[in-house]
Design a protein around this ligand. Structure first.
Ligand code: ATP
Ligand code: MG
Length: 283
């Protein structure tokens, strides 16, 4: 369980100056949940990620992960519970070859050889990297590098995997495959996932969406609950998935659509019951 209570954080930029990045944030995330975090640039998403992984510490308030307070004394215990993957895989891949990089984390935990081998094997398999396990990192595509970085994070067997815009540099189909792979792991291993993204479509694939603005949480709910708040999201510079936006416009024009519309399939279903199925063409 991640428990964030009244957390504020400011970056110190000079003797007197401080940039507030989080302001009184409260958030609880149960184990095994699949959560997207969205918000405009500068809303505090990456700062939250840094606090959850003991890279920075709250200026005010407390964070606990499975009951362990996130503070300097518990830095290593926290980093065993939480693994993070950032936007740019080049910042986190440290070894020359894929499998060595995946083994790097577990080796640093001082685990027995067989355990390391087993973790490397299953992490490579989960991300579809077995065939390229011996390849040099520098020869990989950006999608492959990002998968290697995630495999390395998984090999730590974290309770929570935190992804800070891991898909923003990837083509959409590669990003979709990555989200599907993470979903699969989330289900199979009951590993909690917090996924920061600018893609509203991606966010709509999660169980819960948390919306940040100016260091605060402004919306929190299922994708259907959050993406219904079209006007509120627009106020903070966010859009909604295309199908949700179309449904919103149609409703504003007086067309009554039933149910929640998040994707094209929902829209088709809602439209066909609103307009009625087109008559069969004459034989
Ligand atoms: N190292 C830093 N020093 C000073 N201010 C910072 C630093 N990092 C972030 N900030 C400021 O803190 C606030 C929150 O930034 P943060 O990076 O957490 O936002 P974000 O939601 O991740 O944005 P983005 O979507 O652009 O990644 C912003 O006002 C930002 O300018
Ligand atoms: Mg960020």
């Amino acid at each position: 369980m991640i428990e964030i209570e009244g957390v504020s954080f400011s970056y110190r930029t000079g003797e007197e100056d401080a940039v507030p990045a989080l302001r009184g944030l409260d958030l609880r995330i149960e184990p095994g949940r699949f959560v997207a975090i969205i918000g405009h640039n500068g809303s505090g998403k990456s700062t939250l990620v840094k606090l959850l992984t003991a890279i920075q510490y709250p200026t005010e308030g407390t964070i606990r992960i499975d009951g362990v307070p996130v503070d300097e004394g518990n830095q290593w215990e926290i980093r065993r519970k939480v693994s993070v993957v950032f936007q740019d895989p080049d910042d986190q891949l440290v070894m020359n070859r894929v499998e060595d990089d995946v083994a790097f984390g577990p080796e640093n935990l001082g685990l027995p050889r067989e355990e390391i081998a087993e973790r490397v094997e299953s992490s490579l398999g989960a991300l579809g990297l077995r065939e390229i396990r011996g390849r040099l990192i520098e020869d990989l595509s950006s999608g492959q590098k990002q998968r290697a970085a995630i495999a390395g994070a998984l090999a730590m067997r974290p309770r929570f995997l935190i992804l800070d815009e891991p898909t923003s540099l990837l083509p959409v189909p590669v990003a979709m495959r990555l989200v599907a792979a993470i979903r699969d792991l989330n289900r199979r291993e009951n590993m909690g996932v917090l996924h920061v993204t600018h893609s509203m479509h991606e966010a709509s694939l999660f169980d819960r969406v948390v919306v940040m603005e100016a260091g605060r949480k402004i919306l929190d709910g299922t994708p259907a609950e959050v993406f219904r708040q079209v006007e509120r999201l627009r106020e903070v510079g966010l859009d909604v998935p295309l199908a949700a936006s179309l449904a919103h416009r149609l409703r504003a024009r007086g067309i009554s659509l039933e149910g929640d519309v998040l994707d094209e399939k929902d829209l088709r279903v809602a439209l066909s019951s609103a307009i009625g199925s087109p008559a069969d063409p004459p034989a």
